[in-house]
Design a protein around this ligand. Sequence first.
Ligand code: XUL
Ligand code: CO
Length: 439
Amino acid sequence: MMREFFKGIDKITYEGPKTNNPLSFRYYNPDEIVGGKTMRQQLRFAMSYWHTMCGEGSDMFGRGTIDKSFGGNTPMEIFKNKAYAAFEIMDKLDIDFFCFHDRDIAPEYATLRETNAGLDAVTVLLKDLMKQYNKKLLWGTANNFSNPRYMHGAGTSCSADAFCFAAAQIKKALEITTELGGEGYVFWGGREGYDTLLNTDMGLELDNMARLMKLSVEYARSIGFQGDFYIEPKPKEPTKHQYDFDVATVMGFLRKYGLEKDFKMNIEANHATLAQHTFQHELRVARVNGVFGSIDANQGDLLLGWDTDQFPTNVYDTAMCMYEVIKAGGFTKGGLNFDAKVRRASFEGADIFHGYIAGMDAFALGLKIADRLIVDGRIDQFVEDRYQSYKTGIGADIVAGKATMDDLEKHALALGDVVSLKSGRQEYLENIVNSIMFQ
Ligand code: XUL
Ligand code: CO
């Protein structure tokens, strides 16, 4: 008989919007068809191992409030128990995927060799549990930011020794991700940036980061990894400036180094707002550049200047997010990973479930609203009509690349002035969104 870590919490099921049961879904109904696919297929929810199984609620002013040892005594026992507890959580919440950093799933010992042996042992257990519970790995990654050896960065460190350690860690993380059938691999550059330009050779650091990514992709493909590679942009924190600032910046980096075919984006809501963008903006930039991949689902507190990683509850944001996801053709290998944690004072086991239920229901609602916005068609039609001038005449010539500067000048001179402008109708469109959202 397997040990139960979250006693008193049964499997969370769909009970509909009218239920009074807080441990149930009001909107997430996995088998319901929305937009031609089941909600399960559309949303591809994932559990973040680091927050859920490891995060103990510590902050800059206080130690942890949440015990995540799961009754283990030795480091290995603790991490094995985390694995059992993780699958109990995914099973009870009906979440199909999970994501991890290497250091979330196994202890870090004194040497890399021992640490890797520990990783191998837990990988065997995870593989077993994945089979038993029918769960999948959305993506894996390497934690190249917590250990003090990465104080100057990992791929962008001034130390070639640190660079090698980072490479060794990525190599192993790619191996276990492949072994577990991972559908993706993420690069989030935790300390790949700078705190002051006074000590920084930015050119070399960026070249080195690209070198490490190229080597990683080549190695992964050589061992049979078939998943997608993602870069997860973030503008700051922990460094003052992170090189992977936002989607547009990362696109520039990828194109400079010829890596644009190898990477898509893993877009995190709270990272978007830290970059002074909306979540939808980052998704749109990825979509129009053909690099939309996966999502770290959470939300920040707009009054706070750091990454609060809260469970997402803002339905306007989830609706606009799912609108972009549907327009991008839906998820292929990506999904919605809850890179989110309960607040420090929410220290009881049940809080984890309330957090995930809130996030899953907010995205289920967002999906339904986005689908209705698209089926309604008024917004798409408005945008279509707004650019009509590029369908015929000089506009069509501009789009076809046929118009010269002389042609454009001739057209302007003949016009006298632009008299054909129409209203942008922002308020009308916002009314449509609300009327569909609250119908
Ligand atoms: C940090 C963050 C990471 C990445 C994976 O802000 O989002 O947890 O998602 O390294
Ligand atoms: Co993230």
